[in-house]
Design a protein around this ligand. Structure first.
Ligand code: SAM
Length: 229
């Protein structure tokens, strides 16, 4: 009953994890993982009252109140130190928002540095990877999948003593996805290339466009062309 996307996110949650699912909406992910006994405990965090109520109801309906705590909170503020969280999932949001949630959480000491981060940005994956690199995380796994005509990426990271530096190419395409070059990956970047070409064409018709903007999109087009070559 989980979407293919959320099931794929769940695959990266370690057995017996103590999970924080941030932006949990209906709490579908923690409920499914608790029902299959994959996780020991979960916090489902939601900042909006409607989804928060849906999450509370979903947990009740499944009789999981002992295992899943639903909290109304922004980002990682849903996490208490007594929770001993070992994995955090943040799925179905833009990459910039995921980055901001992680950065704010870190500044409020909500990250112990021992938890696995499983992140599924809908767009703007580069924001997420750049934050991870700057915070000494290593990307230990990546996955790309298509569901209902949409392509999703999953980025899994853990903090390490000697983190790798990622190139601009790694940050945009993913250090693992760009080596695998799966069919779905190629499909995604072919569409991204078309989109850049379309934008460049539109800009060429416009009266005034800042040249830096054109240069930036040209640069991205070049990067994508090289990746697909
Ligand atoms: N994680 C689920 C999934 O992947 O299917 C739900 C994704 S839903 C599109 C995004 C959810 O994140 C919404 O329910 C929204 O209220 C919540 N959200 C957005 N910003 C948040 C924040 N700062 N803290 C907690 N939840 C947030």
């Amino acid at each position: 009953e989980l979407s293919k996307r959320l099931a794929a996110v769940g695959e990266f949650v370690p057995e017996r994890a103590r999970l924080a699912d941030i932006g949990s909406d209906h709490a579908y992910l923690p409920v499914a993982l608790a029902l299959t006994n994959k996780i020991e405990f979960a916090v489902a965090g939601e900042v909006v009252i409607g989804p928060f109520t849906s999450a509370v109801n979903q947990v009740k309906k499944n009789g999981l109140e002992q295992q899943i705590t639903v909290r109304l909170a922004s980002g990682l503020e849903a996490i208490e130190s007594e929770d001993n969280i070992s994995a955090i999932t943040i799925a179905g949001m833009g990459g910039a928002l995921i980055r901001d949630i992680l950065a704010q959480g870190k500044s409020k000491n909500k990250l112990s540095g021992t938890e696995r981060l499983i992140l599924q940005p809908n767009i703007g994956e580069k924001n997420v990877r750049t934050w991870l690199m700057n915070e000494s995380y290593q990307i230990i796994a990546e996955h790309i999948l298509e569901e209902n005509q949409k392509i999703y990426e999953i980025i899994v990271a853990e903090k390490v003593a000697e983190p790798l530096a990622y190139s601009e190419t790694d940050l945009l395409f993913g250090p693992i996805l760009s080596k695998e070059k799966s069919e779905t990956f190629i499909k995604k970047w072919q569409a991204e290339l078309k989109q850049r070409e379309h934008v460049l064409h539109q800009l060429s018709l416009a009266a005034t466009v800042p040249s830096e903007k054109i240069a930036q999109i040209e640069e991205e087009r070049k990067q994508i062309e090289e990746m697909l070559a």
